[in-house]
Design a protein around this ligand. Structure first.
Ligand code: 6R9
Length: 653
């Protein structure tokens, strides 16, 4: 982004949706919160911290004497697991369901808060018996089963930091993460159910553990009952060791800054970064944002976040935020199309889900599958819809609102990162007049803005880099074992500001629109064009369900826009006129500068396990290079499919 410092602002969106009157009248958080936080930001967070139960109440809110190393609520002490479980039982809610588990094969299990307390206590004793102590690290490699939540809370309860690794990553990835964190114990399972069949997990752990020295025990949950290799003395069945433990366990209070977990993000280069989160500030912000942004009413709502536990969204909005708030939630093990493409909506109907939190990649997939599928189910229980993970294209937003939200549910598009720990920019469902495709404004107590190359704030209507200008309670504290990398990665591009890596623009009202990673921005004839805007223009064409665009080296324009599109169920791939039509559609929506040079219909796009499109790989394809690292792809055969289509793909101009 050097030739022209600001990002072009091409897309105009005029649609507006007021909050539902009833929701606004009873909303957990009103517009006053913005005023209150603006007048006294630290006082505001101190008040939110009081939503938690502290063994020692903090007197100091923020210590920012050694930036960028923050300490929040430093003299307070608490136990995170106690806050997520025990205190609800003590308050008389032991019979409330904490987790409605729905297995992929159709088995289900309801776990009350009282039962969760017993299970977490037993698991905590079991970890202690295996030699895990306060300050140790435990790696977790599990499918989406309740034991994943129990394992995380058991670690928190005894003051050990967990490091959850996606149950789909390779032995290499597990080994690298175990090594970096020096984990003593790994918690895994025999396998899990995915796409209608049991898939094994333990073999990858066995291989990883054989390459590292730190692991003393592997604790194995029995899920599928498939055969497993067994190392005597090292491997321990979860059900055998937990069965003999007491359900009484006294939680110890730890410092607010005691490490809670490490979660690795892949990053574009080099070794994965171990993002470190601590206890008091993290739990304060995850609990507050879950209460505010979803308007959670724990007595009546049924909440469902479809994320995997191996993603930060699973940490903050399945385990910690919802449980700290005493929510009843659904947890689903499998994929949205097993055994049929209506599985999600069947689950919404079965449990009467009121709040649904999912990702744009899922929404675009549902669009592709067709409107008739959700239409077969009763979705009338829904009242708030959330989105996270990528910019949501306005057309996908509209589809979500109409086909899932019956044109009445507010949509909260939540921008945040593994590093931020909790939501940072999002509408409030009882306050904000929403705009399709915009995350809108920083939440109360959060300071975000958009700056140009020289760190000057851009005016309304301008585009540039998204930065956070004040520390926040759930911020990462460092990169595990590498303070210098923490400083270099996040705090050196702009002085005293956290740079998130994302491009963004402000509209005429000052609302924020995320424009994708700045590494992906395309430079076409001297204009910085965001991938998001071109993709959104393509998705606004009735034939397109999903699009990914990249800039490929071009002799005349510097870079040329290459678009990969997935067509909707009804569109015909062989339709000769369609490609020209799509190019013209983008030209008329955004202007001629944004017209893709090539449009390639494909069946699938390369995505990470959390559903983000990997444009880097598409750039390799578009520039006829050998593919870079594909290990974090959900399905590596996707790239072969795309490459095989290339020679035949029509090229324009
Ligand atoms: C929570 C999560 C972080 C990156 C982030 C941005 C993208 C997430 C978004 C969004 C636009 C949203 N992102 N939410 N972009 N609108 N609502 O996804 O964490 O996996 O660390 O990814 O995801 O690019 O920088 P993580």
């Amino acid at each position: 982004m050097t030739e022209n410092p600001s990002l072009s602002n091409l897309l105009k969106e005029e649609r507006r949706f007021a909050p539902p009157v009833e929701l606004a009248a009873a909303a957990n958080v009103t517009a006053e919160a913005y005023e209150q936080a603006k007048a006294d930001r630290l006082g505001f967070w101190a008040e939110q911290a009081r939503r938690l139960t502290w063994a020692t109440e903090p007197t100091e809110t923020l210590d920012w004497s050694n930036p960028p190393f923050a300490k929040w609520f430093a003299d307070g002490k608490l136990n995170v697991a106690y806050n997520c479980v025990d205190r609800h039982v003590e308050a008389g809610h032991g019979e409330r369901v904490a987790i409605h588990f729905e297995g992929e094969p159709g088995d289900s299990r309801a776990i009350t808060y009282a039962e969760l307390k017993d299970e977490v206590s037993r698991a905590a004793h079991a970890l202690t018996e295996l030699g895990v102590q306060k300050g140790d690290r435990v790696a977790v490699y599990l499918p989406m089963i309740p034991e994943a939540v129990v394992a995380m809370l058991a670690c928190a309860r005894i003051g050990a930091a967990h490091s959850v690794v996606f149950g789909g990553f390779s032995a290499d990835a597990i080994a690298a993460r175990i090594k970096d964190a020096d984990a003593k114990v790994v918690i895994t399972s025999d396998g899990g159910y995915r796409r209608g069949k049991p898939s094994a997990l333990k073999p990858a752990v066995d291989e990883a553990v054989s390459r590292v020295d730190s692991v003393r025990h592997v604790l194995v949950v029995q899920r599928t009952k498939q055969d497993v290799a067994w190392t005597e003395g090292r491997d321990v069945w979860w059900h055998e060791i937990t069965r003999k433990q007491s359900t009484e366990h006294t939680p110890e209070a730890f410092d607010a800054e005691h490490p809670l977990f490490i979660l690795y993000t892949s990053g574009t280069t080099g070794k994965p970064k171990g993002i470190l989160h601590t206890s008091g500030g993290y739990l304060t912000q995850t609990a507050y944002t879950h209460h505010a942004v979803f308007d959670l009413k724990p007595e009546t709502d049924v909440y469902w976040c479809t994320a995997d536990i191996g993603w930060v969204t699973g940490h903050s909005y399945i385990t910690y935020g919802p449980l700290a708030n005493g929510a009843t939630q659904v947890m689903y093990e499998g994929t949205p199309d097993t055994p049929h493409q209506g599985r999600f909506w069947e689950i919404v109907q079965k449990y009467g889900v009121t709040i649904l939190y999912t990702a744009p990649t899922a929404i675009r997939t549902f669009m592709k599958w067709g409107d008739d599928i959700p239409a077969k189910y009763d979705l009338s229980s829904l009242r708030v819809l959330g989105s996270v993970g990528e910019p949501i294209n306005p057309e996908a937003w509209m589809w979500y609102r109409k086909n899932i939200g019956a044109d009445k549910c507010p949509i909260v598009d939540t921008w945040w990162q593994t590093e931020t720990g909790a939501m940072m920019i999002a509408p409030l469902p009882g306050v904000t007049e929403t705009k399709p495709g915009s995350a809108q404004r920083a939440l109360p107590g959060i300071a975000a803005t958009v700056v140009d190359d020289e760190a000057n704030e851009v005016p309304n209507g301008g585009g540039g880099y998204l930065v956070l200008t004040e520390p926040w309670p759930s911020m990462l504290r460092t990169i595990w074992g590498d303070d210098q990398r923490f400083i270099d990665t996040y705090w050196s591009r702009f002085q005293d500001r956290y740079f998130a890596g994302d491009g963004a623009k402000k509209d005429e009202d000052g609302d924020i629109w995320l424009l994708g990673r700045v590494d992906d921005v395309m430079l076409v004839s001297g204009h910085n064009i965001s991938t998001t805007e071109v993709e959104s223009a393509l998705v606004s064409h009735p034939s397109v369900a999903e699009a990914a665009v990249v800039g490929a080296a071009d002799e005349t324009t510097g870079q040329a826009i290459v678009a990969f599109v997935i067509l909707r169920g009804t569109a015909n791939v062989e339709d000769e006129g369609l490609v020209a039509d799509l190019r013209n559609h983008v030209g008329s929506t955004l202007g001629p500068i944004a017209k893709p040079k090539r449009v390639l219909p494909v069946a699938e796009l390369p995505k990470t396990r959390s559903g983000k499109i990997m444009r880097r790989l598409l750039r390799d394809v578009a520039e006829n290079r050998e593919l870079g690292d594909v290990t974090t792809l959900t399905d590596s055969s996707v790239m072969e499919l795309i490459q095989s289509r290339l020679p035949a793909a029509p090229s324009e101009d």
